[in-house]
Ligand binder design. Structure first.
Ligand code: AMP
Length: 471
């Protein structure tokens, strides 16, 4: 079995990794680290949550190690590495990871993104730092103000490149790439190798090695998926029932628009469920504060637009709920990738109304998952039967109700949970290549009773004997 040391990383980095709880490299790390250490350009397709940040950061730190110094002179700390990301949240997260990785190295890092004080970022840059993690727009602001010099950059990373292109940053990326020295290493990470990505690679990379450890657009086999059909007008009520009756400790609820995020958030708070909203209209400071509250566990529900769908790594997130199915099937993969990370198990529940059936088919096609449409008694859609044939669906048991005592409900949950876990669902998935790719040794953890995904109430075999729970 390979170790970080056997991949060519030195003691300073390996011991910092041990402190972070990383003992064994993930498949993307095993593939990327030796090649990047050899100075190759990489075109890597890595599924979310596979350890891709370390896959590009660790070999880069190893290569930059020779520049480590404790001099206070800014001239001794020119920018040597640039990491470009699509979102502020992702930049912030990479920055936090890097802090852990370079604990034992005298290299400096900084992070630049919009919505934060430009002056403070400028001062950081003036003092000199070898590693800059940035969103495209804010980096260009600093370039324009001549706060940053890019002529000594040796390594550039385009992280979640497909997302950057989706967000319309292609011209800005090209502009930045042209500012960099021709003699450099380029590492491009993307969920897919769409034609636009291939063109970018052709124009700016030098004979890149392709690495693809997980099939494109696959969902993690660790995530149990449920698609629940219902009427649009019942979504709010069912969302609350799911959170309460499944005793969900933490969940991200995804909506398609800022308006529905705000509405759902208001409604949850009105019902005494602690929730906060994040979307593009919130200030950067608020977004970061909300996220850190959620990551610390002091917030039960994060209601979000797709601003939170990519890149965010929230440890131990047991549930994701799609209040609305995303308009774009690829976003489904990213949204549900927020749970089931780093070898853990997760549950993704999507609420589907009549209008959303089209996107459901697109999701099925894109992911190749054999998803079944399910129903919950008491929330059956009125449109049922008109458009969905009975044999394609499975019914669900009732959700636990107010009359049910907690103890009884928990006993029932436990017994049905075992059944769900032993059912064909998982074993079918076990052939899926993504199981190997997703498993991060040493990070598999036991869920505490409190945050164990308790999706047993969504057990199939509607009306099973033990589940005589009334709404
Ligand atoms: P990423 O795909 O970079 O967002 O990483 C997903 C999560 O896995 C993050 O929490 C990382 O800290 C963690 N991680 C990455 N590589 C390893 C590893 N080799 N061992 C344990 N955890 C890891």
């Amino acid at each position: 079995m390979s170790t970080f040391a056997s991949l060519g990383l030195s003691e300073e980095i390996v011991s910092a990794l041990t402190e972070q709880g990383y003992h064994t490299p993930t498949p993307i790390q095993q593939a990327a680290i030796p090649r990047a250490l050899a100075g190759m350009d990489l075109l890597a397709a890595a599924q979310t949550g596979t350890g891709k940040t370390a896959a590009f950061m660790l070999p880069s730190l190893e290569r930059l190690k020779r520049y480590a110094n404790t001099s206070t002179s800014p001239a001794m700390h020119p920018v040597r590495m640039l990491v470009l990301t699509p979102t502020r949240e992702l930049a912030d997260q990479i920055d936090q990871n890097v802090q852990g990785y370079l604990k034992n190295l005298s290299l400096r890092q900084t992070v630049l993104f919009g919505g934060m004080n430009m002056e403070i970022q400028k001062q950081d840059l003036r003092q000199g730092c070898e590693i800059v993690i940035a969103t495209v727009g804010r980096l260009l602001d600093h370039v324009q103000q001549k706060n940053i010099q890019l002529n000594k950059v040796e390594i550039v990373v385009l992280d979640e490149a497909d997302r950057m292109l989706d967000m319309g940053f292609i011209d800005d990326i090209r502009k930045i790439m042209q500012m960099l020295p021709a003699q450099r290493q380029t590492l491009l990470f993307s969920a897919t190798f769409a034609p636009a990505i291939q063109r970018l690679a052709q124009d700016f990379m030098h004979q890149p090695e392709e690495i693809q450890v997980a099939a494109q657009n696959t969902t993690s086999a660790n995530v149990e998926q449920h698609i629940i059909a219902l009427d649009n007008g019942r979504k709010r009520a069912l969302l609350q029932r799911l959170i309460l009756d499944l005793d969900i400790a933490q969940v991200i609820v995804f909506c398609n628009t800022k308006q529905s995020v705000d509405q759902v958030n208001r409604e949850l708070n009105r019902r005494g469920i602690s929730a906060q909203a994040i979307h593009g209209d919130k200030s950067q400071q608020t977004r970061l504060e909300t996220l850190s509250q959620f990551k610390e566990g002091s917030l039960r529900v994060l209601v979000a637009t797709d601003v939170a769908a990519r890149g965010l790594d929230i440890a131990e997130l047991p549930f994701v709920i799609n209040y609305e199915l995303p308009l774009n099937a690829e976003d489904y993969v990213h949204r549900i990738g927020r749970t089931g990370r780093a070898g853990a198990e997760g549950i993704a529940i999507s609420l589907m109304d009549e209008q959303e059936q089209k996107i459901f088919n697109a999701i099925k096609e894109l992911t190749g998952n054999d998803l079944t449409i399910e129903r919950i008694e008491g929330f059956e859609p009125r449109w049922w039967g008109d458009t969905v044939s009975e044999d394609r669906t499975e019914k669900l048991p009732k959700v636990a109700g107010e009359n049910t005592s907690t103890a009884t409900s928990q006993r029932r949950t436990k017994s049905t949970l075992n059944k769900v876990n032993n059912r064909g669902n998982k074993s079918q998935d076990s052939k899926d290549i993504t199981i190997d790719c997703q498993h991060i040794p040493g990070r598999t953890r036991r869920f505490s009773r409190h945050n164990h995904p308790q999706c047993a109430l969504l057990q199939r075999n509607f009306g099973a004997q033990e589940l005589k729970i009334r709404i």
